[in-house]
Ligand binder design. Structure first.
Ligand code: C5P
Length: 310
């Protein structure tokens, strides 16, 4: 029996993420910012089914607004499949069915999760058997957040966010996400942060040459203590996202006044993430936010990275 007959299709799930800490350093010559972040993978996942094909094609379905998701070579999942084929000398192709649940351009790494899922799916489908470090290297070439989507759990990211070290984490953290109908562009948010820092240079002072994750965050993750983590949440991009999307500020205030331990912009946003003390508190907050006219989801973390299922 050929491999194609034995494995007609492979299904892979990959998680979205929340940056529970994101310190942005200076802009580097390559156009990226040096950063230090703590990622947590959460139970809002993308799914990809890969089947054998002569070419490289894809289709997208999902529970989120799919406007602006390309289904050609601009899509990171298809680029991931092509990159794996090129690097391994695999001569066939693949058809990818992507089912999206992570908001598009929402700051939760949905596109990165698709790319990580495509790498794992094609590696299994084509039986190319890359090692973890090899897959990680390809992931980092696709985007700063792709290695974490591959790894999942809780991790500290430095460099562009792609140099990962696992972080000890215990227990479960409950989050309520508020999604936005319209996404924001990540490069635009970083650009807005640079402009903000330039305008307020005197007040802000020098930017850390070597950003690092605060010890309190590591402590809270290790202890599995949501209240401690809530007090240590930080996102340097938040000021820039709120400038581009001033409407988010009142939702952050509403969530914090309605039972969240703390609220934060997820990555470059516009998704908001509210950390809650217990699953019950999260369910209550979700209902309140929905009643206030928002789209709210209850998720938890940490969860594993991209993996074959079913
Ligand atoms: O790597 P990725 O495609 O996710 O990054 C999108 C954009 O976000 C980059 O082109 C860059 O403008 C910005 N970025 C950055 N510094 C990082 C990560 C991303 O400036 N560490």
């Amino acid at each position: 029996m050929t491999i194609a007959e034995e494995f007609p299709s492979v299904r892979v799930r990959a998680p979205g993420k929340i940056n529970v800490y994101l310190e942005v350093g200076a802009l580097q010559e390559d156009g990226y910012h040096e950063l230090a972040t703590a990622f947590q993978a959460v139970s809002l996942c993308e799914e990809i089914v890969a089947t054998h094909s002569d070419g490289f094609t894809m289709a997208v379905t999902g529970t989120v607004d799919l406007d602006g998701v390309p289904v050609d070579d601009r899509n990171l999942a298809l680029r991931a499949a092509r990159l794996l084929a090129a690097e391994t000398g695999y001569e066939g192709g693949v058809h990818l069915e992507v089912h999206k649940q992570v908001p598009v351009a929402g700051g939760m790494g949905g596109g990165s999760a698709d790319a990580a899922a495509a790498l794992v799916a094609c590696d299994a489908l084509w039986d190319t058997r890359l090692s973890h470090p090899e897959l990680h290297r390809l992931a980092a070439r696709l985007g700063a957040d792709v290695p974490f989507a591959l790894k999942g759990g809780t991790a500290i990211g430095t460099g562009r966010g792609d140099v990962l070290n696992p972080a000890l984490a215990r227990g479960r953290f409950d989050w309520v996400l508020v999604t936005s109908e319209e996404g924001v562009s990540t490069p635009k948010v970083y650009g807005e942060l640079d402009a903000h820092r330039e305008r307020h240079r005197v007040d802000i002072g020098p930017i850390a040459a070597r950003p690092s994750v605060d010890a309190e965050v590591l402590h809270a993750l290790r202890a599995g203590d949501p209240a401690m983590l809530a007090a240590a949440l930080r996102n340097d991009l938040q000021v820039a996202t709120l400038r581009l999307r001033p409407d988010l500020a009142s939702i952050l205030e509403y969530g914090e006044a309605s039972g969240a331990l703390a609220g934060i912009v997820s990555g470059s946003g516009p998704t908001l993430a509210f950390l809650c003390a217990t699953p019950e508190h999260a369910a209550e907050l979700r209902a309140l936010l929905e009643a206030d006219g928002h789209t709210a989801l209850h998720v938890h973390g940490p969860v594993p990275g991209a993996r074959v299922i079913g």
